[in-house]
Design a binder for this molecule. Sequence first.
Ligand code: XIL
Length: 370
Amino acid sequence: MSASVSRREFMAGTLAAAALATFEPARADEPSLRQLAAQKGLLYGCAASSNFLAADAPFAALVAEQAGILVPERELKQYVVQKKEGAWDFSGAEALAAFAAKNGQKFRGHTLVWASALPPWLEQKLGNNPSENLLTDMIARECGRFRGRVHSWDVVNEAVVPGFLHPDGLQTSSPWYQAFGEGYIATAFHAAREADPHALLFYNDYSVEMRESWQGGRRTAILNLLEKLKKQGVPIDGFGVQGHLKPFLEHFDEEIFAAFLRDIAGLGLKIMITELDATDHPGPADPAQRDAAIASLTRRFLDVSLDNPATIGVLTWGLSDRYSWLSMDPSRKWPDGQLSRGLPYDGDLKPKPMREAIAAAFKARKAVGQ
Ligand code: XIL
């Protein structure tokens, strides 16, 4: 690469070329998920990583076609952008933002403040009685860089772990909590609003949709937290339901989830499904049976989600099983090495029943206001 061509420009060029490479578009009578969502005033999109988009042209073309919003799966996490202290690296996120801009897609930020995915130097600093500037400067830097280019930010991710030491179920072992106490959450939202007044600011969390009693504890803790933030006038716009479904391990209950979403909406918050996918391990050996169970649960889950007028969008955590974290994460992957089947497109980029379920849920959604 010549010195006059920055890595950012190089990546943007590579990605643009990838998106133009030969790809069979969806048939005219088969609208894309982004089109189906848009017809109901919704967003559909997915998490992505710049390296896969750059290296895999057919995959990149599918993402360009199907997604109306992109979120970096890893490339805005602290262990990527601040791997070394003071040496900010936004190259991956910028490549994704360029891909999104080129394809008329919105861009989502994930995630500013999370107990996980911290570089060791930052974790150490947080444990050393730091000034609050460590948090606010970080947000000013990261959020400010993308000011005006981001639809929504996951400002704080996964802050509750009920049943442990905190009376309201906050995760006290989080380095952010340890450094600043529970005020870190409000501080983060204020800093994000200041850095980008136009981005929607979200609190994002997992395991809230199932009827398992421990998820009831999570719902209560999250509602308490959100209510408290709203009462304090903290600038928060929405709640992100991660939606990592486990059809062979947990049980869905329409009423329980619908009631939870009503409570969230009752606080004046928007709702997004932010990380939808389905763990198919340990399902039956026959992939068709797993696909059917995943599609059925996806449809039930999305019907409830989209029935709430506060819901503004759905993102899957990836688009194709070819690059799903479910195929790689030790606690979720198939021990025999086969790909998981938890995303709308399979490892050959062919649509699966889960994709049909998402499309059908979008089609069935009442337009807001009806
Ligand atoms: C996951 C990524 O998909 C993996 O590639 C990475 O190794 C770990 O993080 N909840 C979140 C996401 O908010 O950031 C996580 O993403 C999945 C669970």
